[in-house]
Design a protein around this ligand. Structure first.
Ligand code: HPA
Ligand code: ZN
Length: 335
């Protein structure tokens, strides 16, 4: 594509990537062997790297993907496993032109496997520090609560997070929620978000991916100031106007949406509708090891399907800097 060099060279900010979603089949098998972890024996997909990679080609839904995502991450055991995984992502992101990355992680599932909160945070945070030091890439960790687990599990984690002082220390920069969208109550984290909002903690939420636009309005009602995915915002023009007015960033993941069958093709992702309505969005990878596409692949997929002009790309890049959760000094460096 004639704009490829330009798109590759655009300074990028990533706002929607799950560090556990950066575990490749190769790394899953390598860490399983090294850590003595048995992969599920009742699913032929876990026979080899190749069968697992092949299974990733045909996810039928968000929950079908989540089944593999939550099983795969069981190979993470030691602090260094978490650090190495984060580092591998930052290296790749750096080569795709990412200058700033805000990354999710899911403590609850690791804790349920007996890994202490402190080990998970220390490992991921070590990877972040290394990226800042060696690549000059700024990073922020966002802790995610999981919707498929009982709310009591999230409450326990929230208490632990508050007691750790990790927010005050800047180790954890914000909170989010993710996992199954349709099914659990839309407002299941109402109490946690009310408390976090009182403390001025930055809040985001996965909404409007498989769920309709009311999942987005509920997330905003609970205090989220950013929406992860958010493609179903277009179902509600009034809500869309409000998001444009209030600078609510949609962290869109085009290839993820296709792979999880939320849309038939990237052309269906409402990039032009968002641009026309003045809704700010960024373009992101979500779970690059599972969807076979890192951030630059997602930028290229958007270009192929929507053919943005250089001016429009500049708007996308500028909005993704302006809506990053960083200081004005860092924004000025990135612009
Ligand atoms: N949606 C919800 N939960 C997730 C996702 C997603 O796209 N990726 C990892 N956890
Ligand atoms: Zn996600």
């Amino acid at each position: 594509h004639p704009l490829h060099e330009f798109i590759a060279g655009l300074p990028k900010c990533e706002h929607h990537v799950h560090l556990e979603g950066c575990l490749t089949p190769e790394l899953i098998f390598q860490l399983a062997a090294r850590n003595g972890v048995t992969l599920p024996t009742d699913d032929p997909a876990f026979t080899s790297i190749e069968t697992l990679a092949e299974r990733y080609e045909r996810f039928t839904s968000l929950d079908d993907f989540l089944h593999y995502y939550f099983h795969g991450m069981a190979v993470l055991q030691k602090e260094s496993d978490f650090a190495d995984l984060a580092w591998a992502y930052f290296l790749k992101a750096h080569s795709d032109g990412v200058h700033h990355a805000e990354v999710f992680f899911d403590p609850q599932v690791h804790q349920d496997r007996g890994i202490p909160y402190e080990i998970i945070v220390a490992g991921f945070s070590e990877g972040c520090k290394r990226a800042e030091r060696e690549l000059g890439l700024t990073t922020k960790l966002i802790l995610c609560f999981l919707r498929h687990l009982p709310v009591e599990s999230a409450n326990e984690l929230y208490k632990k997070f508050l007691a750790s002082g990790d927010y005050e220390k800047g180790t954890i920069h914000g909170l989010g929620w993710s996992s199954s969208e349709v099914g659990p109550p839309k407002d299941m984290f109402r109490e946690i978000y009310a408390s976090a909002r009182d403390k001025d903690i930055r809040l985001t939420a996965h909404a409007g991916e498989e769920g309709d636009s009311t999942y987005i309005s509920t997330a905003l009602e609970l205090g989220a100031t950013r929406i992860d995915h958010g493609i179903n915002l277009v179902q509600d023009p009034e809500l869309m106007q409000r998001c444009a007015r209030e600078n609510i960033l949609m962290t869109v993941c085009p290839v993820s949406n296709v792979k999880l069958q939320c849309v038939k093709s990237v052309a269906e992702v409402p990039i032009r509708k968002f641009l026309e309505a003045g809704v700010k969005f960024s373009i992101n990878s979500d779970d690059p090891a599972y969807f076979g596409a890192y951030i630059l692949d997602n930028y290229c997929a958007v270009q192929e399907a929507h053919n943005l002009s250089i001016m429009e790309w500049r708007i996308v890049a500028e909005n993704s800097v302006q809506e990053s959760w960083i200081s004005n000094e860092r924004k000025a460096e990135l612009l």
